[in-house]
Design a protein around this ligand. Structure first.
Ligand code: RFL
Length: 403
């Protein structure tokens, strides 16, 4: 990163806010800014088709939907998403269901695939006059400590370019240029949870009307509906397992076993159309602001998918930053920008805490030594209190569906 005092080549392009990345964070931010007349550009490394077909999240919290509604970004999810409010836990002590719309704050999720949300946001952004450059990779953010930050990019065909703006929003995920450009001394709190999942997307209708969480001695298994035809499954696996290592038959047999299909009904099988290895890791960058550079979404903090919070946090942080930028650009002051980091970190740490609790709830002992058997005792106790204690269920519901 340069210090901003050295001589720099003139920027090729000038704008108000340079948004790095066209995921949920970048596109929510871009849409709100454009609607408020703030000049901005979204720079996205991938091509449009790739951005619109990346299957990831699916569970949107009630607060996320409220935010999207407030800014007119929720038409698609109201048309094609569906409400969801039940989860079922299957353990060797039996199964129990929680309808969380009747617990805690009485809120529900909306199930809507992330790629559909991203596609809606992209279409709307372009229709409202938003500028987006696909195939444009940010390589570094320069001089974020000055009032004239710049972003160097590699455009399609490898052509270098340079953008100058008043602010840079790093919405480019955990491996993006924003994180790589942080000043020395920035703190990254990191935790490896020591758990690995094989993430699967199956061309199979959901097998139950609930999110299914199975805690089994062979490892965790999860079932999450995406659409009427597509279901996401997770299988805990040994670290180092290759995504393609298991045959489809083995995958379905293992899912049947862990989900206890013999007792609770068979799973509807179908072709596995996507596989990925997901190491359960979390991190948080502190602070989230470095001069004119703001970190948003996964770039700000990576959260393990155990509690389905990542996309929800991304939307929340993008909306908080958008509001603050609008105030700053329209003479409303910079208090929002000054408070952005502290405000978002509060939400991020709360989500991290719940996500860590979920990991402890769902995963059995990785080995058989004393420590992991102790962990297994804790896990059983957590499940028992979730099954029997109303106040625990209220707490769970509030955190499970909230951000
Ligand atoms: P994204 O979605 O990763 O978007 C970042 C964008 O930046 C681009 N990019 C760059 N562009 C320009 N220059 C560079 N140098 C760039 N580097 C990267 C990328 O191409 C990309 O388009 O980040 P964002 O917007 O912060 O959104 C975060 C969410 O995508 C993420 O937290 C969630 O998907 C996490 N997550 C879930 N979250 C939920 O809230 N509910 C869920 O049910 C849920 N399920 C999941 C998930 C994540 C998963 N994976 C990826 C482990 C399930 C899975 C399997």
């Amino acid at each position: 990163m340069t210090d901003g005092k050295s001589r720099r080549p003139a920027a090729d392009h000038v704008t108000g806010v340079i948004v790095l990345g066209a995921g949920p964070a970048g596109l929510v931010l871009g849409n709100i800014l454009v609607d408020h007349g703030i000049d901005c550009v979204v720079l996205e490394r991938a091509e449009r088709e790739q951005v619109e077909t990346r299957a990831r999240a699916g569970f949107l919290a009630a607060n996320t939907v409220r935010i999207l509604d407030r800014y007119g970004l929720a038409d698609g999810l109201h048309r094609r998403g569906h409400p969801h409010s039940t989860c079922e836990f299957r353990t060797d002590d039996g199964r129990f269901r929680l309808d969380y719309s009747g617990l805690g704050r009485g809120e529900r999720h909306t199930v809507y695939p992330q790629q559909d949300l991203v596609s809606d946001l992209l279409t709307r952004f372009v229709a409202h006059g938003g500028r987006i450059r696909f195939g444009t990779e940010a390589t570094a953010v320069h001089a974020p400590g000055t009032g004239r930050p710049e972003v160097s990019v590699r455009e399609a065909g490898g052509r270098p370019g340079r953008w100058r703006g008043r602010y840079v929003a790093g919405c480019d995920g955990r491996h993006g240029a924003a994180r790589r450009s942080l000043p020395p001394g920035t703190v990254r709190h990191h935790r490896d949870h020591g758990v690995t999942w094989l993430g699967l997307l199956a061309e199979a209708p959901p097998s139950m009307d609930a999110v299914g969480y199975a805690a089994h001695e062979r490892g965790f298994a999860g079932h999450m509906a995406r659409t009427g035809e597509i279901t996401r499954y997770y299988l805990q696996c040994e670290r180092g397992t290759a995504a393609g290592a298991w045959s489809e038959e083995r995958i379905w047999d293992e899912l049947d076993l862990r989900m206890r299909a013999r007792e609770y009904g068979p799973l509807r099988r179908g072709r596995v159309v996507q596989r990925s290895i997901v190491g359960l890791e979390s991190d948080v960058i502190e602070p989230l602001r470095h001069g004119a550079l703001f970190l948003v979404g996964d770039a700000a903090g990576l959260i393990s998918p155990s509690a389905a919070k990542g996309a929800n946090l991304a939307v929340l942080e993008a909306a908080v930053l958008a509001r603050a930028l609008i105030d700053d650009f329209t003479g409303g002051g910079s208090a929002g920008l000054d408070g952005y980091s502290a405000r978002c970190l509060t939400h991020i740490w709360r989500a991290q805490e719940f996500s860590q609790w979920m990991i402890g709830l769902l995963h059995g002992p990785a080995g058989t030594d004393g420590a992991s058997l102790f962990d297994d005792g804790l896990r059983r106790s957590r499940l028992a209190s979730l099954r029997t204690s109303r106040s625990r269920q209220d707490w769970f519901a509030e955190h499970y569906v909230g951000v």
